[in-house]
Design a protein around this ligand. Structure first.
Ligand code: KG4
Ligand code: ZN
Length: 341
């Protein structure tokens, strides 16, 4: 079964073709229009998706070595994300599916991130715990035997990736901030500042990153209002390291707690922030210490891509759940209501 996946939930226009053997093609066009703004401008994102969705999808089909008629189903991210951006991939995908006489499968983008880990590690069978840390979300799920998602915790304010981006913006490092902060953090020499890690009450698996962001800003302001001119490159590296350490602590602490609470011994860590090498190393060492297995998507499947969308659609089709995603499909920037475990 060949599935064309489409992804336009934020600032990447992506298309991929998968079949039972794996990925046949996987294209991502990352929008450049947002660079001058230090963050994603929703209206510009929608317009750029409109320009790129057709050429990117065509190229994915060509590189897969197939023709349009070989496609058995079309899938697209339909929630959550930027409403106008989602609509582009969704409308194009639904129109294409209709014209080909094939089914259209609407996909939850955050759940698809977890399927990026499954795609990279076929041994990752449910039940398991999944942490999705991206630019828009920081969520912990329990995934049951039927691959159903149960929410264990989520951010009550900023997402982890958003915090990386905002700290990078504060320090004049550009957008997206994650890779730049990671690079400088790896060059830092001790001592680096110890920033606070939010605790949201006993037993809570929720996250909060806005206090950490404010703590970084207050620390910078200690150098004066014009701190960007006063900070030396060593100081910036140390601030990046202190921030990254606190963010990693917040993510790993709740994930390990979730494994304890659910008695699970498998963990998937997905989303753009999962590309961070320091986070991957910390999880690897915790896995050895606590005796669980940890799976990350390959680096190219951590950030937004359409292979994870197509792969999730394959799993839903194989387990007879794709029909539900056709009957109820509509683009939504909000989550569906998850049941808390
Ligand atoms: O999953 P993703 O591509 O988009 C969303 O669904 O939001 O994640 C993008 C986020 C950005 O905030 C980016 O700064 C962050 O992932 N990111 C990283 C790294 N690479 C990307 N954060 C930390 N370290 C990285 N190496
Ligand atoms: Zn994403």
């Amino acid at each position: 079964m060949k599935i064309l996946g489409l992804e336009t939930s934020c600032d990447d226009t992506a298309a991929a073709v998968v079949d039972e053997s794996g990925i046949l093609s996987n294209l991502v066009y990352s929008q450049l229009v947002h660079r001058d703004f230090g963050g994603v401008v929703p209206e510009l994102a929608s317009r750029d998706h409109l320009q790129k969705i057709v050429p990117v999808a065509k190229e994915a089909v060509v590189r897969a070595g197939i023709s349009w008629n070989d496609i058995d189903a079309v899938a697209a991210s339909t929630c959550p994300g930027l409403a106008g951006a989602l609509l582009v991939g969704h409308s194009f995908g639904q129109g294409l599916a209709y014209s080909l006489g094939r089914p259209f499968i609407g996909i939850n983008h955050v759940e698809a991130h977890v399927c990026g880990a499954i795609l990279s590690h076929p041994w990752l069978l449910p039940p398991f715990v999944a942490l999705v840390a991206s630019g828009g979300h920081s969520s912990l799920f329990y995934i049951d035997e039927d691959l159903r998602f149960w929410l264990l915790g989520q951010t009550i304010d900023d997402a982890a990736g958003e915090a990386f981006d905002k700290v990078a913006k504060m320090l004049g490092l550009g957008y997206p901030g994650g890779p730049a902060v990671e690079k400088l953090a790896s060059e830092a020499t001790e001592p680096w500042p110890a920033f606070p890690v939010a605790r949201l009450g006993p037993g809570s698996l929720d996250f909060s990153f806005s206090g950490l962001k404010t703590a970084v800003l207050n620390y910078c302001l200690g150098y004066g209002e014009d701190f960007l001119h006063r900070l030396k490159s060593d100081d910036i590296a140390r601030i990046c390291r202190g921030f990254q350490e606190a963010a990693i602590m917040a993510l790993t602490r709740n994930a390990v707690r979730a494994l304890d609470l659910t008695s699970c011994c498998r963990l998937a860590v997905a989303g753009g922030v999962a590309a961070n090498n320091a986070l991957r190393k910390r999880f690897d060492s915790l896995a050895r210490q606590h005796g669980f297995e940890v799976a990350f998507p390959s680096k190219d499947l951590c950030t937004d891509n359409a292979a994870m969308v197509a792969w999730y659609a394959r799993i839903l089709a194989e387990t007879g759940r794709a029909a539900k995603c056709q009957a109820t499909v509509s683009s939504r920037c909000q989550w569906p209501r998850y049941q808390k475990l």
